[in-house]
Ligand binder design. Structure first.
Ligand code: LLP
Length: 413
């Protein structure tokens, strides 16, 4: 179900006209549908109901305070990856006992911050990290709860930059080392073994690799549970893929659940999940205004006011985002949709049929709710876009457009 639909040949987010939002708030503009966020969360909750998981929304996908709060109101926990995300999570009102903290490079400062806030557990990527957590916890007279992130060496068949569970990736512990790593960690003075973690990659369109990974760790879980009475959680990460292209089939939570639940049920552990894209990806679009339509002898370029600094996925992963005109129009032209940045990699779509538009027309890059604004930058000294949340027939500005002053605020002459 998509909440961005045409009504009388104009694109709407729920009951709000995108054109009106663009007129009021300017472009480039991120627009999110609160209903979509909610429906996705409910769909996943229902699909996984048999194992009653703690769903920890992955803040990196979209860390706007209102987006986080929307999930918190639905009972979500949060998956964080930095001190900055912990700060955002707490500010949005998250219960620390529903926060899990991942990442290969946690600093002492970040670890102490999370220990003091008493988060549920750290997902730990090396024995050295477990040692550091123990040292920090000793200093504070606290206990660090940990779940080792195991790298099960399965191929998630996704883009190589977002594949994380193969042996050549930097993430997790290779599976052969699991038992000794737990032994080492359990001998540390201020560590409690809380469970096990896996996250094999992002944008998976098949449930098979998840099943394969779980099958690989199943026996280990039984052994670890026997050995450590506090071993109570299995965190199965995120990664559920969404539909970016009309001909693509998303991995539905139902199909995902059918593959993972039978294994999870045998384990009798508290299931934790870390979905990001599945919850937020299709809840957002990036709206832009056409500045120029330009021809050279080889092709046509539609130049818009959004760029790779606003949405980097096409430049970084050759990712596909559907491009829709705000005024419905079936006429197309072949070419590139580009931004004003001084790089040939600055495109939102390349060598494709694009809506036939003219200067001043509005366009939307679809499926931009996850890893859109969060990966934006100020490259070329471009202020980051505003963000708006639509709730049925109402729209709220949830992050103001940056100004030139904002960009240079921390600089000195
Ligand atoms: N848990 C961990 C430990 C992760 O590293 C990630 C994503 C997630 C959960 C959430 O994964 P999701 O459910 O969203 O697939 N920037 C890339 C995606 C990078 C994903 C990084 N880790 C993109 O735009 O495609």
């Amino acid at each position: 179900m998509n909440n961005f639909i045409y009504k009388d040949q104009e694109l709407y987010a729920d009951d709000v006209s995108i054109r009106e939002l663009a007129e009021q708030y300017g472009t480039p503009l991120y627009v999110y549908s609160k209903n979509h966020l909610k429906t996705q969360f409910e769909e996943l909750t229902n699909a996984m109901a048999e194992v009653d998981p703690l769903i920890c929304y992955s803040v990196k996908a979209n860390s706007n305070a209102s987006v986080i709060k929307t999930f918190l109101e639905l009972g979500s926990g949060l998956d964080i990856v930095s001190g900055g995300e912990l700060f955002r999570a707490l500010r949005a009102g998250a219960d620390p006992q529903k926060i899990v903290y991942a990442g290969v490079g946690k600093t002492e400062e970040e670890i102490k911050y999370a220990l003091k806030e008493n988060i549920l557990f750290f997902t730990v990527e090396s024995e050295a990290e477990a040692k550091r957590i123990s040292d920090c916890a000793s200093e504070l007279d606290l206990t660090g709860r940990i779940a080792f992130r195991i790298n099960p060496d399965v191929d998630p068949k996704t883009h190589k930059y977002i594949s994380t569970g193969k042996k050549e990736n930097k993430f997790g512990l290779d599976i052969e080392r699991t038992i000794t790593a737990y032994e080492t960690a359990s001998s540390l003075p201020n560590i409690e073994i809380a469970g096990i973690h896996m996250h094999i990659g992002s944008q998976l369109l098949s449930a098979k690799p998840f099943e394969e990974a779980l099958t690989k760790v199943k026996e280990l879980c039984v052994e670890l549970k026997d050995k450590y009475p506090t071993f109570k959680h299995i965190d199965i990460g995120g990664g559920i893929g969404i539909q970016y292209k009309p001909e693509q089939e998303a991995l539905s939570p139902k199909v995902y659940a059918e593959h993972v639940i039978p294994i999870l049920k045998t384990l009798d552990l508290k299931v934790v999940m870390e979905p990001g894209r599945n919850l937020a990806g299709n809840a957002g679009i990036l709206v832009s205004t056409v500045q120029y339509v330009k021809d050279n002898p080889f092709k046509k370029f539609i130049v818009i006011d959004a760029a790779m600094n606003d949405l980097i996925r096409p430049a970084l992963y050759q990712a596909h985002h559907e491009i829709l005109p705000i005024a419905e129009n079936s006429e197309t032209v072949f070419g590139d949709l580009v931004g004003p940045i001084c790089e040939s990699g600055d495109f939102l779509a390349a060598d494709r049929d694009l809506p036939a538009v003219k200067q001043g027309d509005l366009l939307a890059a679809m499926s931009a709710g996850a890893y859109g604004f969060t990966m934006s930058s100020n490259y070329n000294s471009r202020p980051r876009p505003a963000e708006v949340m639509v709730d049925n027939d109402k729209a709220f500005i949830i992050c103001e457009r940056e100004t030139f002053e904002d960009i240079i605020r921390k600089e000195t002459l």
